[in-house]
Design a protein around this ligand. Structure first.
Ligand code: PLP
Length: 282
């Protein structure tokens, strides 16, 4: 597996491929010590990154929200090309782009790309669906809109809470999580966007709640609209998810994972998952 892991780092204005086990940041990097940085996870299929543009646009937005200088799209494309060199045909991968504050404000940021095969569990969840529990985030739904220091909408490296929520779910036999606001509004998954189908419409929560704007959800909604399937931004509750015809957690690498169990209750998908997958595959 080691040879199927790639790393490239931005050094002196060029993308440099380095052996995967070689250190690329110093112990003083602010990304390591404080999680002060942003990232993206980009799906690699057929040896390419069909949705790289969407991820670079979001990386740029995240960097602006953290007042982080970014090396720019051309640099990111070179980094991606460097890790993709000789990537085995047909192997699905996840390419992570990291941007940190480096040694601190006024020093060059750290920018690097990693590439590794998609974990088997992710592929299994894509095909078999997932069981999910709802967990509270403890923040009022409208709070982050007026609290820029909370970095709502930015994909920051500070994912310890997101990972802890998933571990909490795993310890209880579930695969993943739907996070809710203080009032019980559905927000997002720790690494995914919540989408549900109800009354002939696809729904997703408002980004004004501080959730991340999902590139997969945006693609699905644009294609659904073009296909005559109405979409809506809806402030929903866990009860709405229980009553929905189908619920999915969407993300670029895993795709649309059908929620087959929510808080211990089995639920159907009204045969809508096939249509969602077809739309995403176009
Ligand atoms: N929400 C969060 C918190 C995420 O980490 C992710 C995954 O990156 C998503 C949503 C889904 O985003 P995308 O569809 O762009 O992968």
């Amino acid at each position: 597996m080691t040879e199927q892991r790639r790393v490239a780092v931005w050094r002196d204005g060029a993308a440099v491929a380095v052996p995967a086990e070689q250190p690329v940041v110093t112990a003083f990097d602010q990304g390591l010590g404080r999680g002060d940085g942003v990232f993206e996870s980009v799906a690699v299929v057929d040896e390419g990154t069909p949705h790289l543009d969407d991820h670079l646009a979001r990386l740029d937005r995240s960097a602006s929200l953290l007042a982080l200088p970014s090396p720019g799209d051309a640099a990111w494309r070179q980094l991606v090309a460097a890790v993709l060199t000789d990537w085995p045909a047909g192997l699905e991968g996840v390419c992570r782009l990291f941007l940190t504050r480096g040694l601190g404000t006024g020093t060059p940021p750290t920018a690097l790309a990693l590439l590794a095969p998609v974990p088997a569990d992710t592929l299994r969840q894509r095909t078999e669906g997932i069981s999910v529990i709802s967990l509270g985030l403890g923040i009022p739904a409208g709070f982050r809109a007026d609290a820029p220091w909370l970095l709502g909408g930015a994909k920051t490296l500070s994912y310890a809470v997101n990972m802890a929520a998933q571990r909490y779910a795993h310890d209880r036999g579930a695969d993943d999580v739907v996070l809710t606001s203080l009032e019980g509004q559905v927000l997002e998954g720790p690494t995914s966007t919540v989408v549900w189908a109800a009354a002939g419409t696809l729904h997703t929560p408002p980004v004004g709640t501080g959730i991340l704007a999902g590139t997969t959800q945006a693609r699905l909604f644009a294609r659904a609209e073009a296909d005559g399937w109405p979409t809506a931004v809806t402030a929903g509750t866990v009860e709405d998810l229980h009553g929905a015809d189908a619920v999915w957690l969407l993300s670029g690498v895993r795709g649309a994972a059908t929620v087959h169990t929510l808080d211990g209750v089995r639920r159907g998908d009204a045969d809508l998952s096939r249509r969602v997958r077809e739309l995403l595959a176009r």
